[in-house]
Ligand binder design. Structure first.
Ligand code: LLP
Length: 371
């Protein structure tokens, strides 16, 4: 936040809360002076429950419903990032008070990342192409309650170079001159021993240099980092439940794909260690697998570690972003707990799901079984 502000004083950092939507995290973000972006009614409820000031909430999404927009308007959130013309129709019907709006524009930058993480190319489902933006902006400008404030872009996630961020800023400047430009998130992180990611300073330099060259000097500049804020702050702890030597060594843990979807989705490589026997020689290379019924439930393809035993503590590094948020109940898995650790103190902020939580939504079937 300070890094952006010293480079471009009229700026704001929004924590992309989809990367870790936990009440404890929303509260931490607010305490750290960050604003937050949300992508739906659920994240709005979590943010409000955490006590986030609605004046610091920005609402994204390519398929917002009337009910979600109404929730956001009732809460008095700062900005809605409009994705499409249908949404302008909805807002025409729903607005009763002035509302600040940004328009998401497709910059036409094909980010160099996994296809599922690229969102700024010409065929993106998010936002409007530049040639359709003008009409949407004119509609918003002509409405008495719509306070059109500027444009938004987001080219994708886990981006390991800075050039495309700068390119996107340049592209979006062509849409016009506005008070606000939100240039999204996307800065990647190093997940493996070998991966190289740009530092935050390099990223900010690239964006701010491009802003100086292309945007009005008095514009407000917003960024929306998620992964780069929380990925490396998080580790996932598992217990080894089975160790099987069948030609290859499989170390199976008490979690897997259900809490680590990212690997199946993007084939991102992670690193894992045996946390309780770190100093013993790492003589075995194992397939670290989960307990879900998929062969794709492979957490690390070839992890070096001391010969594993049942009950060993396995730590998977850099899982603070997009792991918890995509966790699910596959095979009846229970979503994990989240523990914050600082200065040697551990604090439970989200408890593990229970079997009762799992059953709760099935109450109608259970009630039917009783009659
Ligand atoms: N702003 C918008 C509009 C976004 O859609 C996203 C992420 C961000 C900001 C934050 O991007 P970040 O700084 O975290 O890269 N499921 C995928 C990640 C999806 C990212 C979605 N959008 C994965 O597991 O890698």
């Amino acid at each position: 936040m300070d890094g952006l502000r010293t480079r471009w004083p009229n700026s704001e950092v929004l924590f992309a809360s989809k990367s870790l939507p936990a009440v404890g995290m929303y509260r931490l973000a607010q305490d750290e002076g960050l604003s937050v972006d949300i992508a739906g009614g659920g994240e709005l409820r979590l943010a409000l429950a955490a006590g986030v000031d609605p004046g610091r909430i920005h609402f994204h999404g390519n398929a917002k419903t009337d009910a979600e927009l109404r929730m956001a308007l009732d809460a008095g959130i700062d900005t809605i990032i409009v994705d499409n013309d249908d949404e302008i129709d909805r807002l025409e019907r729903l607005l009763e008070r002035p509302q600040k709006l940004l328009l998401r524009v497709i910059p036409g930058v094909d980010a160099k990342t996994h296809a599922s993480q690229a969102t700024g190319g010409a065929n993106s489902k998010f936002g409007l192409p530049i040639d359709q933006a003008e009409r949407a902006i004119a509609r918003m400008r002509s409405h008495r309650l719509m306070r059109f404030d500027g444009v938004h872009l987001h080219i994708g996630s886990q981006i390991l170079g800075t050039g495309q961020f700068a390119e996107a800023v340049e592209k979006i400047s062509a849409v016009g001159t506005f008070p606000t430009y939100d240039v999204g998130g996307g800065l990647g992180v190093a997940y493996t021993y070998d991966e190289q990611a740009p530092g935050v300073d390099d990223y900010l330099d690239a964006i701010v240099d491009a802003a100086r060259a292309n945007l009005p000097a008095d514009a407000r500049l917003l960024i929306e980092p998620g992964r780069s804020m929380v990925a490396r702050a998080g580790i996932t702890l598992y217990r080894a439940t089975t160790v099987k030597r069948t030609g290859r060594t499989f170390v199976a843990v008490d979690g897997g794909l259900a809490d680590q979807m990212d690997i199946a989705l993007t084939q991102q490589r992670y690193e894992a260690i045996l946390a309780d026997r770190l100093l013993e020689p790492w003589t075995e290379t194992v397939q670290l697998v989960g307990r879900q019924c998929e062969s794709g439930d492979l957490l690390v393809d070839g992890a070096a570690m001391p010969p594993a035993r049942i009950g060993d503590l396995v730590a998977m590094a850099a899982t603070g972003a997009y792991a918890y948020t995509m966790s699910n109940n596959y095979n009846g898995a229970l979503k994990p707990a989240i523990v914050f650790v600082a200065d040697g103190e551990a604090r439970l902020v989200t408890r593990r799901e229970t079997y009762d939580d799992l059953l709760a939504t099935h109450a109608p079937a259970m009630a039917a079984a009783l009659v």
